[in-house]
Design a protein around this ligand. Structure first.
Ligand SMILES: Nc1ncnc2c1ncn2[C@@H]1O[C@H](COP(=O)(O)OP(=O)(O)OP(=O)(O)O)[C@@H](O)[C@H]1O
Ligand SMILES: [Mg+2]
Length: 256
């Protein structure tokens, strides 16, 4: 069982899309997968076809842990045809605030996942664009971090040192297993010269270990999100689905 978190404090870079599609690609390989939505925006939940207004969410489990009453019945796991989902909605923002003055606040998610983690081959966590306490919870329980990087952002590596620093602090103080597995170039448009230059710059940077599989920009991705499906399910033979499959193969190779 391995836990992978998709994290960076940069917003809108394809974290959620990557988490959903890696979960879908692993499920397609007959792996048992849990997708954990650790973002109050709940995009991984709705993007997986789960209505996050009428289900119990990760917030119920985390609140119970904070109150010291957590049992398995506080953990409501939803599912679609491909994988299980620990859903989230805006309520998680209140949990984030409540974590501010709680002991052992970095390890709430770890305790909550403990009773179910052995049921899965892989747990994939989608985090919010922040290096705050929720992301610290993901770093505390995870084995690996995947970092999506937007092909068209000239500031793509700005803030990278802060991300690495946060991961190093967690590794040193809480979770010695944690490592960055690699960076993923997302929303790449091969016809755009700027995308080529920035991608090359990110690959050439000595701090990075970029995956060979690049995720192309595709309108089908947004369509799939709107339809509550992975692009792997929505357009199985499309270029984005193929890229996410190849990326997942590379992830499995690197984890060996
Ligand atoms: N490969 C792609 N091609 C085209 N559009 C994409 C692609 N990947 C993601 N998008 C779109 O870009 C937007 C941001 O993607 P996504 O929600 O995955 O980013 P995020 O990093 O999770 O954002 P946030 O920081 O808000 O959580 C969404 O509208 C999504 O549909
Ligand atoms: Mg997101």
């Amino acid at each position: 069982m391995k836990i992978i978190t998709v994290s960076t404090q940069k917003g809108g870079v394809g974290k959620t899309t990557t988490a959903i599609n890696i979960a879908a690609a692993l499920a397609e390989m007959n792996k048992k997968v849990l997708l954990v939505d650790l973002d109050p925006q709940g995009n991984a939940t709705t993007g997986s076809g789960i209505d996050n207004m009428n289900v119990k969410t990760i917030s119920d489990a985390m609140k119970a842990d904070i109150e010291g009453t957590f049992t398995l019945k506080d953990l409501y796991i939803s599912s679609n045809e491909e994988y299980d989902v620990l859903a989230s909605n805006i309520e998680l923002a209140n949990v984030e605030l409540a974590l501010g003055n709680v002991y052992a606040r970095e390890s709430v998610l770890k305790r909550v996942l403990e009773p179910v983690k052995r049921k899965y081959d892989y747990i994939v966590i989608d985090t919010l664009p922040s290096l705050g306490i929720l992301t610290a919870n993901a770093f505390t329980v995870a084995d690996y971090v995947l970092v999506p990087i937007l092909a068209k952002d000239i500031y793509s590596l700005q803030g990278f040192d802060a991300l690495v620093h946060s991961i190093n602090v967690v590794r040193r103080c809480i979770n010695p297993n944690l490592e960055i597995l690699g960076e993923i170039i997302t929303m790449y448009d091969g016809r755009n010269k700027n995308d080529k230059i920035i991608s090359q710059m990110v690959k050439d940077d000595e701090r990075t270990n970029v995956f060979n599989s690049v995720i192309p920009s595709s309108t089908k991705v947004a369509e799939a999100n709107r339809n509550g499906q992975s692009v792997i399910k929505y357009e199985p033979n499309g270029k984005a689905a193929e890229a996410y499959r190849r990326l997942t193969e590379e992830i499995l190779e690197r984890m060996e």
